[in-house]
Design a protein around this ligand. Structure first.
Ligand SMILES: Nc1nc2c(ncn2[C@@H]2O[C@H](COP(=O)(O)OP(=O)(O)OP(=O)(O)O)[C@@H](O)[C@H]2O)c(=O)[nH]1
Ligand SMILES: [Zn+2]
Length: 213
């Protein structure tokens, strides 16, 4: 099987090993094929896709998927490239906390619901605050593993803003652990990605103070 090194569209200069035969664009099914797959899953669940209440369900599900997974068609550069420097010399950390997000776990395709705290140390320029929340959403709206999502957000902000440091903490509930499997309710998972100055304890402490209020 041929394998090629390609530039990852979302991580700038990071190189990823990809299977040359796994061309995502050409592998993408038509809407009709996706709707047929939903009918198959309905039959798998024990349902009759032809009954009245389910007739429009395949259309609704494929429409919902466009929303759940819209992050595949987005690029962090588009979100984070607009910066500004007129901030009266402000050169301290910026912390945006409690950013809610909805994602889906790549193992079971069920929701991951949580919040992210994102901080960066500007390098002369700042970015619009909403863009940090949009960056969280971009990666959330893909199939995810929480550790990967945490690292992807940190990578994107570090690379696009050339920040002196980045901190990303995610606290999330995995519904594959609540509504199936081990059935552990009220359990959340916390992941961290600290880059640059946030690896120094004084900055890390200030970050946690800001997050914990
Ligand atoms: N590290 C990590 N694990 C995750 C994440 N989301 C789901 N998982 C875990 O992925 C694992 C998949 O395990 P498997 O044994 O392959 O699948 P499974 O039989 O459905 O596992 P159970 O959930 O234990 O029933 C499970 O332990 C999930 O809890 C995540 O974001 N990060
Ligand atoms: Zn899962």
């Amino acid at each position: 099987m041929d394998a090629v090194l390609e530039r990852s569209p979302d991580l700038g200069d990071d190189l990823e090993l990809k299977d040359a035969t796994a061309d995502h664009a050409s592998a993408k099914p038509t809407r009709e094929e996706a709707e047929e797959a939903v009918r198959t899953l309905l039959r798998w669940a024990g349902e009759n896709p032809e009954r009245e209440g389910l007739l429009e369900t395949p259309k609704r599900v494929t429409k919902a998927y466009l929303e759940f997974f819209k992050g595949y068609s987005q690029n962090p550069h588009e979100i984070l490239s607009k910066t500004f420097e007129e901030v009266e010399g402000y050169n301290d950390m910026v912390v945006v906390k409690d950013i809610p997000f909805e994602s889906h776990c790549e193992h079971h395709m069920v929701p991951i619901i949580g919040k992210a705290h994102v901080a960066y140390m500007p390098n002369g320029r700042v970015v619009g605050l909403s863009k940090l929340a949009r960056t969280v959403d971009l990666f959330a709206k893909r199939l995810q593993v929480q550790e990967k999502m945490t690292a992807q957000i940190a990578d994107a902000i570090e690379q696009e803003l050339q920040a002196e440091g980045v901190a990303v903490v995610i606290d999330a509930a995995h519904h594959c652990m609540t509504m199936r499997g081990v059935h552990k309710h009220d359990t959340t998972t916390v992941t961290h990605s600290f880059r640059g100055c946030f690896n120094e304890s004084k900055f890390e402490k200030r970050f946690w103070r800001a997050v914990q209020g």
